[in-house]
Design a protein around this ligand. Structure first.
Ligand code: NAP
Length: 225
């Protein structure tokens, strides 16, 4: 099968196409014929040799922590009904998803409903569950002002929509005009460019002097401070 391999730590250019033997499903596992591979921010950090927590992989390694596609084969003990189903799943060891075939534990399979695209399902796998968890724990209420940083990113773009759906008003903060336009399209009432001086003052003004009731700090660093 065709695969992507990270040959050394670095930018996207260290990801190289290659060939590898087809994987086999172990007990309690399936092989997924990959339609879309998810990639998230942490994976890009690990590829650059930086870790926010998880152990750093040793290059060369096969990246890819999540995939969507059809179940192509079953390991021992897996119910026959999974064969050929459309699924999205984290990969075993959060590796090997950037390939034509990937292995996942049957316990990690999520059936993808008809009407939901496989690329969309893959994009929602990690950022979607994180966004829903953050919303649930923050307890956002109707009428509150919610500040979403990195608002056009994978996580931020979902938080903007979920906060709006909860009846809140959103101030979206991002680092460029095209990203702020995306946030507006997603429903933000106000947008602020945090690459410009005085951006925190703009948040006070946008919220009528009230400030944000809830802040989702997806940028951290000097923005978060
Ligand atoms: N724990 C979890 O399960 C989980 C899951 C998903 C995400 N996260 C975390 O949530 C954050 C956002 O993730 P994401 O998936 O939304 O990422 P993303 O789609 O890659 O977006 C990240 C955005 O952050 C902004 N940014 C600000 N400072 C940055 C910097 N120094 N380097 C790179 N980007 C910077 C950039 O937008 P601007 O140009 O607008 O500044 C960038 O587009 C990350 O910290 C990630 O680790 C955690």
């Amino acid at each position: 099968m065709r695969v992507v391999q990270v040959t050394r730590f670095g930018g996207p250019e260290v990801m190289e196409p290659g060939e590898a033997p087809d994987p086999a499903a172990g007990p309690g596992q399936v092989v997924v014929e990959v339609e879309a591979a998810e990639i998230n921010f942490v994976e890009t950090q690990l590829r650059r040799g930086i870790t926010p927590g998880p152990a750093l992989p040793e290059p060369p390694y096969f990246p890819g922590g999540g995939v969507s596609g059809r179940v192509a084969s079953l390991g021992a003990g897996v119910a026959a009904g999974w064969l050929d189903r459309r699924v999205v799943a984290r990969t075993v060891g959060l590796r090997g998803g950037n390939a034509e075939l990937a292995v996942a534990a049957v316990a990690d399979l999520v059936p993808v409903p008809d009407g939901v695209g496989l690329p969309e399902a893959a994009a929602l796998l990690h950022d979607g569950s994180t966004a829903v968890g953050l919303m649930d724990n923050a307890g956002v209420r109707p009428g509150e002002w919610v500040l979403v940083e990195a608002a056009a990113g994978g996580l931020g773009s979902l938080l903007v929509q979920l906060a709006r759906a909860a009846g809140a008003q959103v101030v979206a903060a991002a680092g460029s005009a095209p990203k702020l336009a995306v946030a507006r399209e997603l429903g933000a009432e106000a947008v602020v460019d945090y690459s410009r001086p005085g951006w925190t003052k703009s948040i006070w003004e946008a919220t009528g002097g009230r400030g944000a009731d809830v802040v989702f700090d997806g940028a951290g660093g000097w923005v978060g401070r």
